[in-house]
Design a protein around this ligand. Sequence first.
Ligand code: HEM
Length: 422
Amino acid sequence: MSDGSIDLAKDARAKAYATPLEDFNVADPELFRTDSFWPYFERLRKEDPVHYFAGTGEEDDIGPYWSVTRYKDIMEVDTTHQVFSSDAHLGGITLRNFDEDFVLPMFIAMDPPKHDVQRKTVSPIVSPHNLALLEGTIRERVGQIFDALPRGETFDWVDKVSIELTTQMLATLFDFPWEERRKLTRWSDVTTAVPGSGIIDTEEQRREELLECLAYFTELWNQRVNTHGGNDLISMLAHGEATRNMEPFEYLGNILLLIVGGNDTTRNSITGGLLALSQNPDQEAKLRANPDLVTSMVPEIIRWQTPLAYMRRTALQDYELAGKTIRKGDKVAMWYVSGNRDETEIENPNAFIIDRPRPRQHLSFGFGIHRCVGNRLAELQLKIVWEEILKRFPKIEVMGEPRRVYSSFVKGYETLPVRIPV
Ligand code: HEM
């Protein structure tokens, strides 16, 4: 950490400890843009682990919500899907409800039984067999991206590596027209951006762009619906028993789920890993001395980064959690980013340790019936990235602070300046 960021962290801590608990609005995206949310969660875990915020009353307020901040309580909510619903019509999986006139059903925002059948339809794409087939393609593309990177000059790692790599991966999964693959990046950003954050200005703009996405993917669907044997995600949806009669918005919802699921999260883990190593030179030295540690470092990066800070649920009935009564209809945020730093569950949780004994003990992929479908694919991508980095670059220098995303849901980076010495 630079001196400047140590000062900022101290200020954030003083502020968090001076703020009354009832005023804690941990979903404020500004806390995430400035990376100052940590002490708020630290306090909540200790003093009020299941916390109620009544809302700000401002015009664009997301309204009242509960924050669940301890590892065990998060597991309890995530695995009690009979009580804690993901249904889009109740608001879905982010604290900001889906726009009433523009509800996009997708299986991450559905409850059983529909969730289960749709999930089953897309799961084969990430079967061990398919991943083995994909490994060679990923490795080749990663290698090409790395070999083309500039030497001896500062460039943006997010744009040139993290975005390019995950976008290529997605284009492969959808068998998407190669030259137009950055459209996928744009649609992913548009789906998750808060209006006014620099990506979109209004909800209308979001709707317009997502309708363009629907038109584009409908064209691809029409091309593939009568052809058999396609091993891509669109063909799987077009032929799947549970998905072939989807309404257009349902198709759009599921496409966006796969785009966002496979894009932002992995992208931010690729950047986060580089940042974590540059802030922890002892761990980098350990890795370079023993490249086999990539295997345990990858899940540690995913824990340390926690690319999705929370998932939201809506209570279908009253429920007691850690001595608090959550009422039917209440919104509940499971803060994975806090559970992953729960000192009662994970030893020395704030440290980045690439050879932890149980590196997969984290909440970043969620738990229960919605546990991330793409977790092994994400790990595979990150493993290949680090193996190929270690083969090529003795050093990648981080040249300045990252610019962080203005969102409390997608926890990530807009830019990270780096340089590869000549
Ligand atoms: C490091 C990378 C990733 C992280 C941290 C991540 C995280 C998550 C989380 C937190 C959930 C919800 C879990 C819950 O509600 O309990 C989820 C679900 C999902 N993820 Fe990922 N994800 C990653 C990569 C991917 C990739 C690469 C794909 C696809 C290619 C993907 C596709 C999905 C899908 C389709 C779901 C919905 C599953 C369901 O509702 O049953 N994810 N992911």
